[in-house]
Design a protein around this ligand. Sequence first.
Ligand SMILES: [Zn+2]
Length: 125
Amino acid sequence: MSLPLKTVELPRGIVITIMEMPGMTNRASVRSDLRECCAFCGDTDCHFDCDESQNDEDEIVYDYDGEEVLNETEEEVIERLKWNAAIDGLEFLILTSAESGIDVASKIFRRAVINALQKIDNYYS
Ligand SMILES: [Zn+2]
């Protein structure tokens, strides 16, 4: 007998998969495309780590799709990393909520996620 997997889609493309464990803490995983990536290597944590991102700031360079882009400034990289860290925090809260049995599909939980994302948007842009 395999345990039932439940998938819940939240606003802004956040998807939670929950494995309900009778008598135990649930297991869950969360994914989304909300994190911003380095245009060159696609890594969300890149801080001028890849060769291509080490060009001068504001120099026109080519991303991995061959499109012209301006290289990120130090400030933009820091903003990207802060945004991504805020998304990590939100996703951890969603994950632990699902694992502890909170109804993450409920209207009130969805509203809380939308409100949190709005606050993150306002704070980091
Ligand atoms: Zn990179």
